[in-house]
Design a protein around this ligand. Structure first.
Ligand SMILES: [Zn+2]
Length: 96
């Protein structure tokens, strides 16, 4: 079930799936479908089926990467918020 709240320009989503920290020197934000069937990914996925979640990977200052698993609905909502908020800002800038 999707748990979220939204107010003007703020979206709170309480993820249903877990997050984890992993050592990584990557400085990239990565968005990917969780569709790998190697044993490590299957183990990390736990009870979630393949192709049913999306990984949002965010680098941290400590040389790690935060991997948040998102349900399809959560990813959709966050994606829409990013598009809507960035379009709002673009429109505000154009009107200046
Ligand atoms: Zn894998």
């Amino acid at each position: 079930m999707l748990e979220y709240d939204e107010d003007e320009g703020i979206l709170w989503v309480t993820p249903m799936l877990r997050s984890r920290l992993q050592d990584s020197s990557s400085k990239d934000i990565v968005v990917t479908i969780d569709d790998c069937d190697c044993s490590e990914c299957v183990r990390a996925r736990g009870g979630v089926s393949i192709d049913r979640s999306i990984h949002l990977k965010v680098p941290t200052p400590e040389g790690k990467i935060l991997i948040q698993s998102l349900s399809i609905e959560e990813a959709n909502m966050i994606g829409r918020a990013l598009i809507a908020y960035s379009e709002n800002l673009d429109n505000m800038i154009e009107e200046e």
